[in-house]
Design a protein around this ligand. Structure first.
Ligand SMILES: *Cc1c(COP(=O)(O)O)cnc(C)c1O
Length: 427
């Protein structure tokens, strides 16, 4: 597929009209007037559109698409996607709590993570989730013991670490032997063969998730082929049938000039592998659905010129959006208002947090920025607000969902009182 083909697919609903930035039909200057900055703005249409693309591309195999909650866990986002037919992929008791809040059915929830606690396991059993994605033998023993105590039977998938390099950032690589995730093939086989000893945990699925922001089909194909060989071996040699095959997430989004596969291209590439397979396929997309469904609006407070740099200092910081600091991630910066014939200058766009890692762009050529101008960091719908913190005692931003010509605050901007909730001054 060529770059041009890719761009035929509409990527998101943020665009300029008469030099003004819009989300769907809302001019964002109007939102800023009402709410101030920083604001995370999400497009309902983009969110649901990406889910629909995946559903359509894979409709021939009717997969369960479990949106990965950690990418963007706002209740309104979860509810929107679940209403459109998604299930949820969770990684903690807190995410299970969110899933229950929006009434996601247990049978559409899968639960991964290397460190599930006793309490988290109990809650998940109570919620009758579809599958635990188990990452170690001690975890499986723990789940079995808890289920036994509760007199419940649970379904378990083994998360396999196929030792495949997804060619992405080290911090979001999860499918190589040195990563903490999953179980190697040999140990997994031993577990399957001896699985009768787990009286209350039915080991009936295989799970694989090799990393995030994977831009080509090759690492997926390599991992899935290994997994399928493993499944065939189990069936032929041991007579073990796999009921659920969870292929994880990891599909890339466009941040600058990447050219990741579309849902259709991905489906065309991998569906042939799964022809004539009877198991239920599961996907866990996070970034693919959420990343370009959101932007972060912020205001330039000062422009500081030094001998070597122009710093645009903005009112959002690394506590609001950590990807540049954490992964050295590139994100486009768009002005709220395009000025005709504005000069271009080179800027470091930095936040107010007391860390040199607190930047959104370095040496970036941008339309001239003046104090009081507004900017948008693009493609911040995934791993944006969900990774935000209160570092430097900064209140977390508000989140807003745009739907057509209306918008709604789906999380209020935090107050100073929120910052000290639960604290005591007397030691
Ligand atoms: C984070 C995660 C995902 C989602 O990854 P994306 O790259 O956002 O699609 C899916 N499955 C598991 C187990 C994860 O930990």
């Amino acid at each position: 597929m060529t770059h041009a083909d890719f761009h035929k697919e509409k990527m998101h609903d943020f665009y300029y009209k008469n030099g003004e930035l819009y989300c769907e039909k809302v001019p964002l200057s109007k939102m800023i007037k009402k709410l101030g900055t920083p604001i995370y703005v999400y497009s309902y249409r983009t969110f649901t559109g990406h889910l629909a693309k995946l559903q359509k591309a894979f409709r021939s195999v009717r997969p369960l698409i479990c949106y990965s909650v950690k990418a963007n866990s706002n209740l309104a986002v979860l509810r929107t996607l679940v209403k459109k037919g998604a299930g949820l992929d969770i990684v903690s008791g807190g995410e299970l709590f969110r899933a229950k809040k929006i009434h996601c059915q247990g049978k559409k929830i899968v639960y991964a993570g290397v460190g599930k606690t006793e309490e988290e396991i109990r809650e998940a059993i109570k919620a009758r989730i579809l599958l635990f994605n188990v990452e170690s033998i001690p975890e499986l023993e723990q789940i079995n013991a808890i289920a036994k105590k509760m007199r419940k039977r649970v379904n378990v998938s083994l998360r396999i670490n196929p030792n495949v390099d997804p060619h992405t950032h080290d911090y979001i690589t999860t499918g190589k032997s040195e990563n903490k995730f999953g179980i190697d093939f040999e140990s997994a086989k031993t577990i399957f063969v001896g699985s009768k000893r787990f009286s209350h945990a039915q080991v009936c699925g295989v799970h694989v998730h090799i990393g995030s922001q994977i831009e080509t089909g090759d690492p997926f194909v390599e991992a899935f082929q290994k997994i399928l060989e493993f499944i065939d071996e189990l069936e032929v040699e041991e007579g073990i049938r796999i009921k659920y095959l969870n292929l994880g997430g990891g599909l890339g989004a466009i941040y600058s000039d990447e050219n990741p596969q579309t849902a259709d291209a991905f489906a065309k590439r991998i569906l042939p592998l799964f022809k004539k397979r009877k198991c239920q396929l599961i996907f866990e997309p996070g970034r693919f659905i959420a990343a370009n469904s959101g932007i972060l609006l912020m205001k330039a407070i000062y422009v500081k010129k030094t001998a070597v740099k122009n710093f645009a200092i903005v009112d959002a910081g690394m506590n609001d959006f950590i990807r540049p600091a954490f992964y050295n991630a590139y994100h486009h910066l768009w002005p709220l208002k395009k000025r005709e014939n504005a000069p271009q200058w080179v800027y470091d766009v930095v936040g107010p947090v007391c860390e040199s890692g607190d930047f959104f762009a370095k040496d970036r050529e941008l339309q001239e920025i003046k104090g009081g101008d507004y900017l948008a960091i693009m493609t911040t719908g995934a791993y944006g607000f969900s990774m935000a913190s209160n570092y430097n005692s900064r209140r977390r931003a508000c989140e807003v969902m745009v739907k057509g010509n209306t918008f709604k605050v789906i999380r209020k901007r935090e107050t100073y009182q929120d910052l000290i909730r639960g604290e005591k001054a007397s030691a």
